[in-house]
Write a protein that binds this ligand. Structure first.
Ligand SMILES: *[C@@H]1O[C@H](CO)[C@@H](O)[C@H](O)[C@H]1NC(C)=O
Ligand SMILES: *[C@@H]1O[C@H](CO)[C@@H](O)[C@H](O)[C@H]1NC(C)=O
Ligand SMILES: *[C@@H]1O[C@H](CO)[C@@H](O)[C@H](O)[C@H]1NC(C)=O
Ligand SMILES: *[C@@H]1O[C@H](CO)[C@@H](O)[C@H](O)[C@H]1NC(C)=O
Ligand SMILES: *[C@@H]1O[C@H](CO)[C@@H](O)[C@H](O)[C@H]1NC(C)=O
Ligand SMILES: *[C@@H]1O[C@H](CO)[C@@H](O)[C@H](O)[C@H]1NC(C)=O
Ligand SMILES: *[C@@H]1O[C@H](CO)[C@@H](O)[C@H](O)[C@H]1NC(C)=O
Ligand SMILES: *[C@@H]1O[C@H](CO)[C@@H](O)[C@H](O)[C@H]1NC(C)=O
Length: 823
């Protein structure tokens, strides 16, 4: 995702269908395009066939290898054809020339798993990727390459970019993973949303774009390359759209022989500390996907993200929370999020029914009223698919080909045969579900915990000295979030109150005077600079001032990342500027240096029993056994402040519970602990708390889908056209049981419906979030539903008076709403 000034912008690899009389055919694959991948103005062409693709982003390092098969399987079941991932340069080459490809970094294994499940892959190599990933995926060592300017026509940058891109392409080739070799990779990406920064590089921008395109194409992968949000992507590289509303915003392919591809349709948005989650409804996503396909000839739509996952360790970029796109169709833990997953699955199925006209037909569009249009695709042999689009703010009845259709506000109906409505983007007929966190283990006794207080270094205890305030990241080389700035200050009166004022361009800081805590301050995602102003007490004689500057991830976007400045900029005491006095520096915390979060490092530390009061910069540790079962688990850190967590030495991530959202809640309270990080017994949990926190309030929670809810109305007839009269509809329903509206409920694997929390056939008010019995209510509701569902993993309840043994209110359109518990 590229961030614009307003946030992060991501590209989706989406191809649009362009219906031109003369279709150019751009062959990139095998000799004649019959193997490999090519494209034309309509779509990508795989092994000679035009393709309509739904794609989902799943980033391999944001989950664990044992989760990959089930994430990919759930994507496949949801109607996804292509798995898209970025390639994370700084994960693979953390030190120059030393590559790492094991565990969560095993990209070959990930791509092979995609292949094993019969899906395609889109590899977004970048290698600048943004992605809310530390430093946008660039390894920090690049920063020390002399004369380097990232992402511009700059020889050193181009050399390393080409070196890494070549390394990845060759690796994929040697494993036979490109579609041209019979592998799953059908598309790859070079650079990432470069348009957003191109102007900043002036005359160095356009030649870089051309170079990047040529360099990529020269690697001879046999599959097309794309550039997202790059409207001038040079041939044969495909320009693609990123965004929430590519159906409205995409200007289209830059030549008629390229398909319309949406590389990032955001299913939600990244979340920062202090920021609220961004909830994008299933209905809204479905509307924009259908619009992109119909209005922009789209034939490739990628969901960013389909599964977001977790920013483990220090992998998140500046201010990003550790959970990533938890609101995606598969949540942070890999659980299906309904109704998003199911509604999009139905959308994919409905659009796939239109494949033939979409991929081989001609298109026409006409108005059906104000803000309403029909977009129709027809083949020569008469196959027809229609999209009825209502962009207006009221429900409408529209006449299309002599038939009246109900068309809810802001919705699109899909008619794969130009007659029957297979899907409407606003009519959600799938179940809703509710996730719950239940404490399976509490660490609520003081004796379970031990603590280790980080020592506060004084000037004399530092080796690195300078008569100036050093830049933070250039000093740490990003080996740690933390940098100590220490100073000696002489005072000539006992216990004098003085004002300390520090201006910082890092993300947070904690001040200590003579080893005692003297205040903290922090910036925000939007306002990075901040100041601390506090009264401090100085003793007569020499005083030790120790200021801990803290980064919460490196930035991941914008031009000239290599010259960003962070850290303390000015320090004044009682108005006197100390910025050019002798300063002593220490990189990182002593607990980090001794690797206190590993069994070995932990056993060397001087732990003591938990004290009565908590003091900033304290390490805590305890041990726990793996909870039984296989539900995902998470640490509830609601009682803590700010810091980082490790389990058996694995970095779970940073946490920042004390930074509240505008509504007074932590942005993230639960932190994913993958099962594969655990041993059956004796797991070492180590927490670094920078502020004050209460470890006895921490619990280990199981994460599960605890409730499932469905709401369907008699008039809700997703698979039958509303072109039939009400009478005909009823007749058809009676004749054909599979056309009767029904509520379908299912619990996740290994769980059954154990309790019906609510059931009402009649006119219940509200929805699955909040409901009540209405004026009309069948007294048999509960009994019928319990009979159909209790003790079962899934159940189907047809909506008919007969099923509920009588009509509770004739002439009224009735609804069945059922909320059930899964255990
Ligand atoms: C879609 O295809 C039609 C021809 O069928 C063409 O007129 C139109 O410009 C295309 N739209 C886009 C956005 O490419
Ligand atoms: C990348 O650079 C290293 C030296 O820094 C060199 O050994 C290696 O061959 C290069 N790889 C490619 C693919 O150019
Ligand atoms: C994705 O959709 C949302 C909601 O419509 C929109 O606000 C956002 O800008 C879109 N993202 C992109 C990259 O278009
Ligand atoms: C048909 O589509 C074009 C391109 O999207 C649009 O400008 C035009 O307004 C549409 N016509 C009608 C009648 O809706
Ligand atoms: C400052 O630090 C030095 C060296 O660690 C120590 O000897 C001295 O006592 C400290 N001064 C105060 C006032 O704490
Ligand atoms: C510092 O002390 C002065 C004088 O006592 C007071 O006016 C001021 O508000 C204090 N400043 C802070 C930041 O507490
Ligand atoms: C009943 O409706 C379903 C779904 O529309 C259809 O697949 C099936 O063929 C119909 N059966 C009969 C007997 O008409
Ligand atoms: C769920 O129900 C099935 C029978 O419908 C039964 O075999 C299974 O043991 C039940 N599972 C649980 C977790 O209760």
């Amino acid at each position: 995702m590229a961030k614009s000034k307003y946030g992060t912008v991501r590209l989706l690899c989406v191809s649009a269908l362009v219906f031109t009389a003369a279709l150019f055919h751009c062959v990139l694959g095998g000799n004649d395009g019959s193997d490999g991948v090519s494209y034309d103005g309509r779509s990508l062409i795989v092994n000679g066939e035009h393709k309509l693709f739904f794609s989902g982003s799943i980033h391999y390092p944001r989950s664990t290898p044992d989760m990959w098969p089930s994430l990919i399987a759930k994507a496949k079941e949801g109607g996804i054809d292509v798995i898209q991932t970025y390639v994370f340069w700084n994960l693979h080459e953390p030190h120059q020339g030393r590559y790492e490809f094991s565990g969560r970094r095993d990209i070959v294994k990930f791509v092979k798993e995609i292949q094993a499940q019969g899906l395609y892959a889109c590899l977004r190599i970048g290698p600048f990727i943004e992605a809310e990933w530390n430093y946008g995926g660039l390894p920090f060592w690049l920063h020390d390459i002399s004369g380097i300017v990232y992402r511009s026509d700059n020889e050193p940058f181009k050399f390393y970019m080409q070196n890494f891109t070549t390394k990845i392409v060759n690796m994929m080739k040697s494993e036979g993973l490109y579609a041209s070799q019979g592998g799953p990779i059908i598309l790859s990406q070079i650079e990432n949303e470069y348009t957003l920064v191109e102007a900043a590089f002036r005359e160095k921008g356009p030649p870089y774009v051309r170079w990047a395109a040529d360099m990529a194409v020269s690697l001879q992968t046999g599959v097309p390359w794309s550039m997202c949000k790059q409207n001038d992507a040079p041939d044969p590289v495909i320009n693609t759209c990123n965004g929430m509303r590519c159906g409205e915003t995409f200007p289209g392919p830059n030549t008629p022989n390229k398909p319309s591809i949406w590389t990032e349709n955001w299913t939600s948005f990244y979340q920062t500390y202090g920021g609220e989650p961004y909830i994008r409804s299933a209905e809204e996503i479905a509307f924009h996907v259908a619009l992109f396909i119909a209005a922009k000839n789209g034939t490739y739509v990628n969901y960013y993200m389909y599964h977001g996952g977790t920013n483990f360790g220090r992998s998140a970029s500046a201010f990003m929370i550790t959970g990533y796109y938890d609101q995606a169709p598969l949540d942070e833990y890999g659980l299906i999020r309904e109704p998003k997953w199911g509604h999009l699955k139905e959308l994919h199925a409905a659009i796939k029914l239109c494949s033939k006209p979409l991929l081989t037909g001609t298109k026409s569009n006409f108005s059906l009223g104000k803000s309403i249009e029909a977009i129709v695709f027809k083949t020569k042999s008469g196959e027809c698919a229609a999209f009825l689009v209502n962009k207006g703010a009221t429900d409408m009845n529209v006449l299309f080909q002599s038939v009246t259709y109900e068309l809810p506000l802001s919705s699109i109906s899909i008619l794969p045969d130009c007659k029957n409505v297979a899907f409407n983007t606003r009519r959600v007929s799938v179940q809703y579900n509710t996730r719950s966190m239940n404490a399976v283990q509490k660490f609520d006794s003081n004796v379970e915990w031990q603590e280790f207080k980080e020592s506060i270094p004084s000037f004399d205890e530092t080796d690195l000295r300078a008569n100036e305030l050093l830049e933070h990241t250039d000093t740490t080389k990003d080996s740690s979030d933390y940098l100590w700035y220490t100073l000696r200050v002489e005072a000539d009166s006992p216990d004098s109150q003085q004002t300390l004022k520090v201006d910082s361009l890092a993300h947070a800081m904690h001040a200590f005077v003579n080893g005692l805590y003297a205040g903290s301050a922090h910036g925000t995602y939007k306002e990075k600079g901040f100041s601390l102003e506090n009264n401090i007490t100085l003793r007569n004689g020499i005083n030790n001032i120790s200021l801990l500057s803290v980064m919460v991830g490196l930035p991941d976007s914008g031009a000239f990342l290599e010259s960003r400045v962070a850290g303390l900029r000015r320090v004044r005491i009682q108005g006197e500027d100390f910025s050019t006095q002798p300063w002593g520096y220490k990189v990182g915390l002593s607990g980090e240096q001794s690797q206190i979060f590993l069994d070995s490092g932990s056993s060397n530390a001087q732990w003591s029993r938990l004290g009565d009061s908590s003091q900033p910069l304290t390490w805590y540790k305890t041990q726990f056994d793996a909870p039984p079962g296989d539900d995902p688990i998470a640490l509830n850190l609601g009682s803590m402040g700010k810091g980082a967590v490790w389990v058996n030495g694995w970095g779970i991530g940073r946490y920042w519970v004390s930074f509240l959202t505008p509504t007074g809640e932590p942005s993230q309270k639960w932190y994913n602990v993958p099962r594969s990080f655990l041993k059956p017994t004796g797991n070492l949990l180590v927490i670094l708390e920078e502020e004050t926190g209460n470890p006895v309030g921490i619990s280990l929670d199981s994460v599960s889908i605890s409730k499932t809810c469905g709401q369907v109305s008699e008039s809700h007839y997703p698979l039958v056209a509303s072109w039939m009269s009400a009478k005909k509809q009823r007749a058809s329903r009676t004749k054909n049981k599979s056309r009767r509206p029904k509520v379908r409920l299912s619990c996740p694997t290994n769980k059954n419906i154990s309790n019906i929390l609510f059931a009402s056939f009649g006119t219940p008010s509200g929805d699955c979030q909040s409901y009540a019995v209405g004026m009309c209510h069948s007294p048999n509701s509960r009994a019928i539903v319990e009979h159909a569902c209790l003790g079962r993993a899934k159940c189907v309840i047809p909506i008919s008076n007969r099923n509920f043994r009588g009509d509770p209110c004739p002439f009224v359109t009735k609804t069945l709403l059922v909320d059930a518990q899964c255990t």
